[in-house]
Design a protein around this ligand. Structure first.
Ligand SMILES: [Zn+2]
Ligand SMILES: [Zn+2]
Length: 343
């Protein structure tokens, strides 16, 4: 039984350890799914004056390197005689100024085809980075784009209003230069990885709690059973002891009768002729009907507290027997402690 108890304790420790590991993994899992903002700075020269605007207005795409980019802003070429110019391949071409040989950044509107298609087309045309601005109606709202397969092309998203501001400038034949800088990291805790790990952790914690509760209840049940057995055994011993105690019938003219006679301490009635009394080991006596139920419960004389089981030599150190039967390890521990105290 002790081995079983130790086993249960060990598995409890294992479970606690597993929960810790799972929580750690959940934190690790969420690390791989963070969101990076981009600081966008664009500047232009108008009438010999330099204007610029800066803000943490972009978000790096999920598959984009989180890195700095710099270059001239280039828009897709507008299709002639087309009511709604498409910003998707194969119509996605860029009008880079002929004399321009430095890095450039493509500014493309969202929509009509996957982000990957737009980004790949711009990269093939020679763009260092791609800025996609959101659709009309989204104000300056942005989100993290998913664009697998775009390799090391830097891609960010900015809001519709900001995007249109820059588009208007470029369309007015103003050269706009843009610098994209890495902004701040934002942890997105509630991604599917962490939800998965948190659920698993929750399940393990619940299982561990239920397991521990069952283990605890079983221990309590064993303890209660031991207590009940002890009480039953004591009652049996008391019955045995009572049967060994002498009985006497009070006769006419007995010295306990009369005006100075004795009375039963349990019912306080004076003894009468033909009363049956039980004589205890301490020589105190009481009505048989009064003392028998008392002895079953208390096993002692109500007058002098004399223990009838002890004086008859029945059930000496019964508690030790119970302990040995149900909790052998406890008895062992007590003995070890006693030895330690002695030496
Ligand atoms: Zn009585
Ligand atoms: Zn007594």
């Amino acid at each position: 039984m002790w081995l079983m108890l130790r086993g249960a304790k060990a598995s409890w420790h294992h479970l606690s350890y597993s929960v810790l590991v799972l929580c750690f993994l959940a934190i690790q899992g969420s690390k791989s799914d963070v969101l990076w903002t981009a600081n966008v700075n664009y500047s232009y020269v108008m009438e010999n004056k330099t204007y610029w605007d800066e803000g943490e207005i972009g978000v790096y795409g999920h598959d984009s390197p989180v890195d700095r980019a710099y270059g001239l802003v280039v828009l897709p070429r507008r299709r002639q005689h087309h009511y709604s110019p498409s910003q998707c391949p194969p119509h996605l071409n860029f009008s880079v100024p002929e004399s321009y040989n430095n890095a450039w950044i493509a500014l493309i509107q969202r929509g009509d085809c996957p982000f990957s298609d737009k980004i790949k087309a711009a990269a093939e045309a020679g763009a260092k980075a791609v800025v996609i601005y959101n659709n009309e109606g989204n104000e300056n709202g942005v989100f993290e784009m998913s664009h697998p397969g775009t390799k090391d092309t830097i891609a960010i998203m900015i809001g519709f209003i900001k995007g249109m501001e820059i588009v208007q400038l470029v369309r007015s034949n103003i050269q706009v230069t843009m610098v994209i800088e890495v902004g701040r990291k934002h942890g997105s805790w509630m991604n599917h990885y962490s939800i998965f790990f948190v659920s698993i952790s929750f399940f393990v914690v619940t299982a561990a709690t239920v397991g521990y509760f069952i283990f605890y209840s079983a221990r309590r049940w064993r303890h209660t059973r031991a207590q009940n057995q002890k009480m039953k055994k004591l009652k049996d011993e008391a019955k045995k002891a009572i049967s060994r105690l002498q009985l006497r019938t009070i006769k006419q003219g007995d010295k306990v009768l009369g005006p100075d006679g004795d009375s039963c301490a349990v019912c306080i009635d004076a003894y009468k002729a033909n009363d049956v009394v039980r004589i205890l080991t301490c020589n105190h006596f009481f009505h048989k009907n009064c003392i028998d139920p008392w002895l079953l419960e208390h096993r002692t004389c109500p007058m002098c507290k004399c223990d009838i089981l002890k004086s008859l030599g029945i059930a000496v150190s019964y508690t030790d027997k119970i302990l040995q039967m149900y909790f052998p390890h406890r008895l062992g521990k007590m003995q070890i402690t006693a030895q330690l105290q002695i030496t």
